[in-house]
Ligand binder design. Structure first.
Ligand SMILES: [Zn+2]
Length: 416
């Protein structure tokens, strides 16, 4: 272990708060550095994946919300599929710091933190903790393998601190899968209530579904782009025995140029789309890792085809088409699983009403009180503000609703 590396370990341990401050200060001093070179598919590619997956969703789950069939709904979801990239265009270090690493997972770099795709912790902050501990205990690992001729991580060149770790792509997919389940469940609650006073709520619920379908599409789509799963995300880095391209326009070409060259879009791909991916509803994370593994397995082929010139011919067209179609198939499976996992129980419905009761607040619509129900302040807490003593069963439900279990919309309000 060198002295430099020891100092690096100390820095991590003692000066994290000031380095965060420095990052923010440095960021605002430097200003926006532009959309980085890891955007994944241009909006055309993300739209294509979304349209295809919505077709797959319709076929696999005919009971899905009927409003999704309209052209406007499809267009909104497809537009939202690029929203996470639009976040990147805002001068906001805090957003960049959180958002940018959600778009990739550089599989080889897991090794630098003692991890692999098989051992990556499914929970985001457990994953971060494992990496921070590993980096502290083995800074020599975090600096990478000198035999590969890779430069060590340089925090001074990473103002918003987005490149230190291998990325949170898999965790971003899980976050939006969860949010889509929540959005679907709220929709189901409102549909069951069928209350004209809740028209605005239903409109919001539909918008949330389309937003989350788009968000999920973005991150599933990003990870289907092989360059989002490798440290060689924009030209080969380090030792390069095969003489692969180091062109800093390579990523952008895969995102958009080659897609457009081969005319790969919804119209040309829809007849080839098959929707045979499955999600294990009990453990979707491992299917997401498989999705990443399939994509990562093909990244070097992109470099080989670029070198041979085949990228612009049939072989390149087939590879890119396969990646877009696989992204769409995976996304359709995630839509289906989110819809299935959002199925409403009576308890969910009761929870929804407990926290979203229309209690006659000023300007709000009125819901007639049931005979045995006293008016309460909506969202007054896990107990719902009910004045009568809760039965043990109700108390247990309220407790679970406040945690991370099946509690719907209002559950979280009791927490904070
Ligand atoms: Zn992206």
């Amino acid at each position: 272990m060198t002295r430099d590396r020891e100092r690096g370990g100390e820095r991590v341990k003692r000066t994290l708060p000031s380095s965060v401050v420095a990052a923010a200060v440095g960021w605002f001093a430097v200003g926006w550095v532009g959309v980085s070179n890891a955007c994944a598919w241009d909006s055309a590619g993300h739209r294509t994946i979304t349209f295809l997956a919505m077709d797959g969703f319709a076929g696999l789950a005919p009971d899905r919300p009927a409003f999704l069939v309209s052209d406007t709904s499809r267009q909104i979801a497809a537009f939202q599929a690029s929203e996470a990239d639009r976040y990147r265009g805002v001068r906001h270090a805090y957003l960049k710091h959180e958002n940018d690493p959600d778009h990739f997972l550089d599989v080889e770099d897991l090794e630098k933190f003692g991890l692999t795709l098989e051992t990556i912790p499914p929970l985001r902050y457990e994953y971060l903790r494992a990496m921070a501990i590993s980096k502290h205990e083995h800074p020599e690992l975090a600096d990478g393998d000198p035999s590969l001729d890779l430069p060590p991580y340089n925090p001074r060149r990473d103002t918003a601190k987005t490149q230190e770790f291998p990325g949170y792509g898999a965790h971003a997919v899980m976050r939006h899968h969860g949010k889509l389940i929540a959005a679907f469940r709220t929709y189901r609650s409102l549909e069951r209530l069928n209350d004209s006073a809740r028209g605005a709520q239903m409109e919001a619920a539909r918008a949330n579904i389309l937003h989350e379908m788009g968000q999920l599409s973005h991150f599933v789509g990003d990870l289907a782009q092989p360059l989002h799963t490798t440290r060689h995300f924009n030209g080969w880095v380090g030792k390069n025995p095969h003489g692969y391209t180091t062109d800093k326009g390579f990523h952008a070409y895969i995102d958009g140029g080659v897609v457009s060259l081969h005319k790969l879009n919804y119209a040309t791909l829809r007849d080839r789309a098959t929707f045979d991916r499955k999600i294990d509803e009990a453990d979707p994370f491992k299917d997401v890792l498989e999705h990443i593994r399939r994509s990562h397995a093909r990244f070097e082929e992109l470099y080989i085809l670029r070198k041979s010139g085949e990228l612009d011919r049939e072989a390149g067209k087939e590879l890119i088409a396969e990646r877009l179609l696989d992204g769409a198939s995976m996304l359709a499976a995630m839509y289906v699983s989110a819809w299935r996992l959002s199925e409403l129980t009576d308890r969910d419905q009761e929870d929804f009403l407990r926290y979203e009761g229309l209690a006659g607040e000023p300007g709000g619509p009125e819901r007639p009180a049931k005979k045995d129900e006293k008016k309460t302040d909506a969202g007054a807490g896990a107990g719902g503000g009910a004045e009568r003593k809760a039965t043990p069963e109700e108390a247990e439900r309220a407790w679970e609703g406040a945690g991370a279990g099946r509690g719907t919309g209002g559950g979280g309000q009791a927490d904070r």
